[in-house]
Design a protein. Structure first.
Length: 190
């Protein structure tokens, strides 16, 4: 599948990310990504992308012995370079053909495989329902380093919008004048 466009958006009513992938032949794959899935997937694909970017450098294997700060700076530089050349302004175009069906695939398993030349293969799968009536669905795509960085950028924006990347915070402080007596139990507001 030759990828034409990618879109990631947060749908609050579903509390999920909707990943849409359109091809140059007019197919569109729609996939739900849950918070639980992203907790495991995000660190994996981020690390994988950083390693791929460093392998693509002219210094190659010499970077394996470089200090961590230099490796991090070089990877950040390459990521920014890819993002500067990416097109995030063109609106996503809806596609008529939906090979996976009208209901987005609920991704339960992801395999990320590094390929030669800086490409990454993502296999996104949905387990069959508990009743066993539905056949498991899946989708596989290969992304070059530039496209992978674009996907990571879109995911990062959606994660920020969903507020999934922020740690759970402590309860808000009690406002002055409200039961702030020493020894009294804290009050929690919904």
């Amino acid at each position: 599948m030759q990828i034409h466009q990618l879109s990631v958006s947060y749908l609050a009513e579903q509390d999920r990310l909707l990943l849409r992938v359109s091809s140059t032949v007019g197919d569109e794959m729609r996939l739900w990504l849950t918070r639980r899935l992203m907790l495991g997937l995000w660190p994996l694909v981020s690390r994988l992308q950083t390693e791929h970017l460093l392998k693509l450098e002219a210094a190659g294997s010499a970077l394996d012995s470089a200090d961590e700060e230099l490796r991090r700076m070089l990877a950040e530089f390459r990521k920014e370079e890819f993002l500067q050349r990416a097109d995030f302004d063109t609106p996503y175009e809806d596609q008529a053909s939906l090979p996976l069906g009208t209901d987005p695939l609920l991704v339960t398993d992801v395999d990320a495989t590094p390929l030669p030349g800086g490409r990454t293969r993502l296999s996104l799968n949905e387990r069959a329902s508990v009743g066993g009536g539905d056949k498991p669905r899946g989708f596989q795509m290969e992304l070059d380093a530039r496209l992978m960085q674009g996907l990571l950028h879109l995911l990062e924006q959606a994660l920020a919008h969903a507020q999934w990347r922020e740690p759970f915070s402590a309860p808000a402080q009690v406002a002055e004048g409200e039961s702030g007596e020493a020894g009294s139990p804290p009050r929690y507001l919904n």
